[in-house]
Design a protein around this ligand. Structure first.
Ligand SMILES: Cc1cc2nc3c(=O)[nH]c(=O)nc-3n(C[C@H](O)[C@H](O)[C@H](O)COP(=O)(O)OP(=O)(O)OC[C@H]3O[C@@H](n4cnc5c(N)ncnc54)[C@H](O)[C@@H]3O)c2cc1C
Ligand SMILES: *[C@@H]1O[C@H](CO)[C@@H](O)[C@H](O)[C@H]1NC(C)=O
Ligand SMILES: *[C@@H]1O[C@H](CO)[C@@H](O)[C@H](O)[C@H]1NC(C)=O
Ligand SMILES: *[C@@H]1O[C@H](CO)[C@@H](O)[C@H](O)[C@H]1NC(C)=O
Ligand SMILES: *[C@@H]1O[C@H](CO)[C@@H](O)[C@H](O)[C@H]1NC(C)=O
Length: 482
């Protein structure tokens, strides 16, 4: 085995030395074409001075994974990951690099927090005119401040402190870290994965009222869970609730799609990987179709919890289960009476408190065609039956249901799978998902994986090594292995 790994290194160094296409590149195989896999391909190209052959295997017939769109009665909406934060610097950079068009997420929609029988808090929907938008915004801000008081600032402080630490991850020239723990500890974020967000927010001075209502409402929308999720996941979720959020015009999936094209990686769609086996000369990736691919290194860029990939020899991962989020798209009209309101005062975004008796987490308006015809998206922890939907909706012309294995079910203190699964060259981008699951964190994690992959192949640095030291290595090595 050790010899096998050495061959990989020597081959890589020879490629570096020759730095030309005349020799074959290191064969990198990536499983998954979502943000994690696509970002890994990008950073491999971005950081490697050696020629690399990159193959990406994707089981679906399209790229993007949990970044996908759905077509509802002729209109296209985000079906999975829908929003980005302005400080999601990789995403911002990728969108610029690829020439995609950002679109801002309207943050002036009214919202209400439903407790199963009443709105415990509600703001007003903005009208169409500029004046109405501005006055509604001011009144809504006052209403939120009136109810939650200084806890709002404390919540803001919590988010800024976390964000400040997270931004340190973008410093160029950072080393790669072989475990998520070390990566997080390097920016002082590890602790936040070890305690429920509720506990940390109380320390920041948030009242029980804001935690039970506003914070819970946000956690249920963004992670389908409650304030028992970790401080880190909770913080990322709070970040996804502020102003200035944005998305890619035409669909966020275009980021991974563009990155894969940009990197010239060979993309294999409808190619489900069933096993990855370590052999003396590297890895054999086996497809469901029966085909195989020999790879020097393999990057797994999918959550292993539900995608049954056999790894030989076996590796042991900490227990983790995925939280399923049922996403239901409805064209029709919400039954305002069910919520005890008239249809013009019902909030555009209805969120909920944590109560198992409430069968949904949120329902929001995506688009308004007329006063009696709108497109909606609902999130729930269990499927919404027609019978249930008929209670919430007075008319319903189309319905689409998607069952996502959406993000981990967070149970702090979080335990992390290692980035290097087998001690050789099998890497796992989604080990990071126990800290938080998002578009941006997938890119951050992929960047770290590429750093360790390249530095382990180059014995500890990302830059092109001095020729003499490389030559020395090759002389010392068993060159006949080549
Ligand atoms: C409903 C929902 C809403 C969300 N909202 C947001 C949001 O607003 N903002 C945000 O930042 N994040 C959001 N997220 C989270 C975000 O979507 C994910 O964290 C991120 O997209 C994960 O990317 P990934 O590449 O790690 O995994 P994935 O996107 O899951 O990609 C993995 C890919 O691997 C493929 N695959 C799996 N097994 C195999 C196999 N054996 N062989 C070949 N291919 C395989 C899959 O088909 C998939 O394409 C949301 C997620 C969901 C579900
Ligand atoms: C790496 O990416 C950055 C940001 O997109 C870019 O400025 C730089 O030129 C890239 N370097 C290489 C070698 O691709
Ligand atoms: C919902 O809130 C109302 C008003 O605050 C309260 O009277 C009612 O008991 C609550 N219902 C539930 C199910 O919590
Ligand atoms: C929050 O979620 C956890 C995990 O699913 C659950 O055990 C707990 O009971 C929930 N909290 C409340 C207040 O319902
Ligand atoms: C992709 O291929 C094109 C055409 O061969 C080439 O010009 C470009 O530099 C390649 N891009 C990368 C990132 O290697």
């Amino acid at each position: 085995m050790a010899a096998g790994r050495f061959v990989v290194i020597v081959r890589f160094l020879v490629c570096l030395l020759l730095a030309c296409r005349c020799c074959y590149g290191l064969q990198v195989c990536i499983v998954g074409s979502g943000m994690g896999g696509a970002s890994a391909a990008f950073f491999l190209r971005n950081y490697s001075t050696a020629p690399l052959d990159i193959d990406i295997f994707e089981q679906n017939d399209k790229v993007g994974g949990r970044m996908a769109v759905v077509e509802l009665a002729g209109d296209t909406f985000e079906a999975g990951a829908s929003i980005l934060h302005p400080k999601n610097l990789h995403a911002v950079n990728f969108v610029n690099l690829l020439g995609l068009k950002p679109r801002s997420d309207p943050d002036d929609e009214g919202f209400g927090i439903w407790n199963g029988s009443k709105f415990v808090f509600k703001t007003a929907n903005a009208g169409d005119s500029f004046i109405s938008k501005i006055t509604t915004q001011i009144l809504n801000t006052l209403a939120v401040m009136w109810r939650y008081g200084t806890s709002l600032w404390s919540m803001q402080n919590y988010v800024s402190d976390l964000l400040e630490k997270f931004l340190l991850l973008y410093q160029e020239g950072r080393p790669g870290f072989e475990t998520v723990e070390e990566l997080l500890k390097s920016v002082d974020l590890y602790e936040s994965t070890q305690y429920p967000v509720q506990e940390l927010l109380v320390k920041y001075g948030l009242s029980n009222l804001i935690i039970d209502e506003l914070v819970t409402f946000i956690m249920r929308i963004n992670y389908g869970q409650n304030v028992s999720i970790s401080g880190m996941a909770g913080g990322v979720s709070l970040c996804g609730s502020g102003g200035d959020l944005w998305a890619v015009e035409g669909g966020n999936w275009q980021i991974p799609e563009g990155l894969i094209r940009y990197t010239n990686a060979s993309l294999h769609l409808k190619s489900r990987v069933v096993s990855v086996t370590l052999e003396d000369s590297g890895y054999i990736v086996e497809l469901e179709s029966g085909g195989t691919k020999a790879c020097d290194t393999v990057i797994l860029a999918t959550s292993l919890d539900e995608s049954k990939i056999e790894i030989n020899p076996k590796v042991k991962l900490p227990q983790r289960s995925m939280q399923h989020t049922y996403t239901t798209f409805i064209r029709g009209l919400l039954n305002a009476e069910y919520f005890g309101m008239s249809s013009d005062t019902i909030p555009d975004l209805i969120g909920t408190v944590e109560d198992p008796a409430i069968p949904f987490s949120s329902i929001n308006v995506l688009k308004e065609y007329s006063v009696s015809d709108k497109a909606y998206k609902a999130f729930s922890r269990a499927p919404l039956s027609d019978e249930l939907l008929d209670k919430f909706f007075s008319t319903r012309s189309s319905t689409i249901r998607i069952d996502w294995a959406a993000y981990p079910h967070y149970t702090p203190p979080e335990k992390f799978a290692p980035y290097i699964l087998d001690g050789h060259h099998l890497y796992y981008v989604n080990a990071f998902e126990n800290a938080a699951s998002s578009i941006e964190t997938s890119a951050v994690s992929a960047q770290n994986v590429v750093r360790i992959l390249l530095s382990r192949l180059l014995h500890g640095n990302l830059e092109q090594p001095k020729l003499s030291s490389v030559a020395g290595l090759i002389k010392d090595g068993t060159v006949e292995d080549l």
